[in-house]
Ligand binder design. Structure first.
Ligand code: 9MR
Length: 433
């Protein structure tokens, strides 16, 4: 699963177009997303994933599309971008470009009126929905919702086989009452697991737990959610910036099943819903770095084996503890994944200003250029920001983010829910400016 010569060559070529120096994050150590992992040793981790997977119908398509007609209905109000594009822009034909709206009064309107439409999302927390301003801004500006914590394994299945839906249902029902689509986040992840799941061992136990969890969760939300982060963050590097020794992450899943846990999770999800969009999601794969190359090879292998994967979410946490990536770098990276016949999306964007590793000016440039890189590609289906206002950002309290109690200043709205200059730059990119 390492980068083959072709990938290295491709990366080298793409770097002549534009590589960011992602090495200046420097925060690689304590407190990053890599801080927790599964139990036990990594002894189970040598199995390979070649072959052995069923060729289920996934609709990932081939990479030879490229008729490139963009027939989206620019006037739809719920903005289901998934129905409106065609060619992948792959080896066959010309590259399609998304056309911006003529005018728009909100981010979501800019997304809905683009041709084809693009979803504009936010991570929503149950706590946030107790605040009137939060709810107002969230619904006025976004048409796509990811529950920030309420649909993770520890929240939904706190005890084996016993499910707790209340907090997740609240978010999903609120979203639907505001004409917002929901992405399920996340089915199989090493983090935010209940203790009982973390102490499972042996292939049979772990496989049964994965199956029960996916079937119950997808089953419960079946009529309300048709897009899922099936596997989250299965790869690590020495630094959370995505640099150094990329490899599969030790976890209760990997330790018991080897890397076939990925194929398994996607296959179970496909059995559960033949029409759902099934995504892989990860951080620090935004730049053209070691981790992005490794994940590219991993996903390419899955596509070639017929594993039912439909897309890849690039979290786009920019700044400490994660990678930095310029617009050209992101564009080249999204393109190579889209050319596998997959959807791509920006799934958790924020840009951390703590410790001034990203300057104010750099933050504005990143916001504009990265959003633009996704927006121009019809295969890029959504842009989700990881929160609404700075005061509630996860970065503020995350040690690897270097905030030391200060605000990360990472989002589009300040604590009074007023638009920041970051908002204006995102709006510019969505309007083709
Ligand atoms: O924003 C989430 C924060 O409230 C939680 O404490 C944290 C725990 O891991 O998870 C955060 O969300 C993560 C997301 O689910 C997956 N990608 C990284 C996000 C930021 O850590």
């Amino acid at each position: 699963m390492r980068s083959g010569p072709f990938t290295l060559l491709l990366s080298a070529f793409l770097c002549t177009i534009g590589c960011s120096d992602d090495g200046d994050g420097g925060a690689g150590g304590a407190g990053g997303q890599g801080a927790t992992s599964g139990t036990g040793g990594a002894t189970g981790g040598t199995s390979t994933s070649a072959g052995g997977t069923s060729a289920s119908t996934s609709g990932t398509g081939s990479a030879t599309g490229g008729t490139s007609t963009s027939t989206g209905d620019a006037s739809t109000s719920t903005g289901d971008a998934s129905t409106s594009t065609s060619g992948t822009g792959g080896s066959g034909g010309g590259m399609a470009v998304r056309t911006p709206a003529a005018s728009a009064n909100s981010l979501r309107e800019a997304g809905e009126k683009a041709n084809p439409p693009i979803l504009i999302g936010a991570a929503i927390s149950g706590g946030g929905l107790n605040n009137g301003d939060y709810k107002r801004v969230a619904a006025a500006e976004h048409n796509y919702v990811t529950a920030e914590n309420e649909m993770k394994w520890d929240a939904l299945e706190p005890n084996p086989g016993q499910f707790s839906w209340g907090s997740a249902d609240n978010i999903v029902n609120w979203a639907r009452s505001n004409n917002m689509k929901v992405k399920g986040h996340t089915l199989v992840w090493h983090n935010q697991l209940p203790g009982w799941a973390n102490s499972l061992s042996g292939a049979t136990q772990v496989e049964q737990a994965i199956r029960r969890h996916i079937e119950n969760v997808m089953g419960h939300f079946k009529d309300r959610i048709d897009t899922w982060d099936v596997v989250n963050e299965a790869v690590i590097t020495d630094s959370d910036t995505g640099v150094g020794n990329p490899r599969m992450r030790p976890s209760v899943f990997f330790n018991a099943l080897g890397d076939r846990f990925l194929d398994l999770a996607f296959e179970i999800a496909r059995e559960q819903d033949p029409n759902a969009k099934l995504y892989y999601n990860d951080y620090s794969i935004d730049a053209l770095n070691d981790k992005a190359d490794y994940v590219y090879e991993m996903i390419k292998g899955m596509v070639e084996r017929g594993v039912p994967i439909d897309g890849v979410g690039f979290q786009m946490h920019i700044g400490p503890p994660n990678n930095e990536a310029g617009g050209a770098d992101v564009a080249a990276n999204l393109r190579r994944f889209a050319d596998l016949g997959l959807d791509v999306l920006i799934s958790e964007m924020d840009i951390n200003r703590c410790s001034n590793q990203v300057t104010a000016e750099e933050q504005l440039t990143y916001y504009h250029d990265i959003v633009e890189a996704c927006f121009v590609m019809p295969e890029c289906k959504a842009i989700t920001f990881w929160g609404i206002n700075d005061g509630r950002s996860w970065l503020n309290g995350w040690s690897g983010a270097l905030c030391n109690g200060q605000s990360s200043q990472s989002l589009l709205f300040n604590d009074q829910y007023q638009k920041k200059e970051t908002y204006n730059r995102v709006m510019d990119a969505l309007m083709g400016r």
